[in-house]
Design a protein around this ligand. Structure first.
Ligand SMILES: NC(=O)c1ccc[n+]([C@@H]2O[C@H](COP(=O)([O-])OP(=O)(O)OC[C@H]3O[C@@H](n4cnc5c(N)ncnc54)[C@H](O)[C@@H]3O)[C@@H](O)[C@H]2O)c1
Length: 364
């Protein structure tokens, strides 16, 4: 099979979908790999390293003119002309981005295999998880940075000063993003509150991962109460494949004090904060009701060296499997049945079809 690795074009996105070591692993299976020139530079991998690994360097159009494209972020409008009947294995977040991407995939007959809905045998999300860990760590760091006075924050430093704790952090969602954001905040010494929906699960992560954090059930009343006096709120909710529920309302944001910060990590699925809108690394924040909003949709792109290696650790076994199966074998393999979101002009993920109001083209 011919596999293509295009250069990522999202704002300030330095990740690349495959390292030279990954290229070698695919060549060893008898496949051909073409890499767009300069695709790896942002993550520290040179063209020469890819050539020495056995890849052919090509212009952008040839990186897409293959059987299987492996990418990091969803195709942007400038990339739609390259969509065809190939398989594309990447983050799509179809429920959270403009319907134009789904429309282009349907019209071209592209097979969209989404990292974010690929489940392992235990029902976990093995490709989303490493990116969520990086974004979770970063959420608290960015929150602390934007609390600084020179960033229009309230001038509060999160954490302990000579043993006395400062700052309240509320993390909404207790999965991978939420646990990492809370761990960093606890490490700084802030007062940390985590909202989840399953009391048993919260008890187990308090015991195993976050002994210093406080937990509460995510009801509208509890969220209103905890968010009103929070200095930093991290939105970390996920309903798989679907648009994120806006459980943090505009009234909750209005109740926060001026110069507080919210980081909506769930923004790639539309965001869980009513006042959120997508931002970029070049323009990461805006202010609404006096609250600084950070809503960058490709947060791990800020740390491309770490994120590229972590992503490939997760994707490579699946890329090898897809290349061996081919398009015809995808839907009958339980690893990929949930990961395929669009195929042969139909939406194959019900949550995506519902979120976009496109049940007429759902394959079910
Ligand atoms: N912006 C970025 O660059 C970036 C990077 C990585 C991940 N993400 C996104 O972050 C989000 C979270 O990812 P994750 O890996 O932590 O998912 P996850 O599945 O590990 O965790 C999601 C959590 O949300 C909880 N949840 C669901 N409904 C809730 C509610 N009403 N109240 C409170 N909690 C609720 C679930 O119990 C679960 O623990 C996803 O949308 C993911 O795509 C964004």
């Amino acid at each position: 099979m011919k596999i293509g690795i295009p250069k990522e074009i999202k704002d300030q996105e330095g990740r690349v979908a495959m390292t030279p070591a990954g290229v070698q692993a695919l060549l060893a299976q008898g496949h051909t790999v073409v890499v767009e020139s300069d695709a790896g530079l942002g993550a520290g991998f040179t063209n020469q390293q890819y050539q020495m690994a056995g890849a052919k360097l090509v212009p952008v159009a040839q990186a897409w003119d293959v059987d299987l494209v492996v990418k990091v972020k969803e195709p942007l409008p400038a990339e739609y002309p390259y969509l065809d009947t190939q398989m594309v294995f990447t983050f799509f977040h179809l429920a959270g981005v403009t319907p134009s991407l789904t429309e282009a995939l349907l019209a071209k007959g592209t097979t969209a295999i989404a990292y974010e809905t690929l489940e392992d045998g235990h029902g976990r999300l093995p490709i989303l998880a490493p990116m969520s860990a990086i974004a979770g760590n970063m959420a608290t760091l960015m929150g602390a940075y934007y609390l600084a006075r020179f960033n229009q924050g309230k001038g509060l430093q999160l954490g302990k000063v000579l043993g006395k704790p400062h700052g309240k952090v509320v993390v909404v969602g207790d999965g991978v993003v939420g646990q990492h954001a809370a761990q960093v905040a606890c490490g700084m010494g802030a007062q940390v509150w985590v909202a989840g929906i399953d009391a048993g699960f919260m008890a187990s992560i308090k015991a195993k991962v976050l002994p210093e954090a406080n937990f509460f059930l995510s009801s509208p009343e509890n969220l209103s109460q905890h968010i009103a006096d929070a200095d930093l709120v991290v939105g970390a909710v996920l309903c798989r494949g679907a648009l994120a529920p806006k459980i943090i309302t505009e009234a909750m944001i209005q109740s926060m004090t001026t110069g507080s910060v919210v980081v909506d990590v769930s923004i790639d699925q539309g965001g869980c904060i009513a006042t959120s809108k997508p931002t970029s690394h070049s323009h990461p924040v805006f202010i609404e009701h006096g609250v600084v909003h950070y809503c960058v949709t490709n947060m791990p792109g800020a740390y491309p060296r770490t994120a590229t290696v972590a992503l490939e650790d997760a994707t490579l076994p699946y890329t090898v499997a897809i290349a061996a199966l081919g398009k015809a074998g995808l839907m009958s393999d339980q690893r990929f049945a949930k990961a395929v979101n669009v195929m042969d002009g139909k939406i194959t993920c019900k949550a995506v079809a519902e979120a976009l109001g496109m049940m007429d083209v759902w394959a079910g």
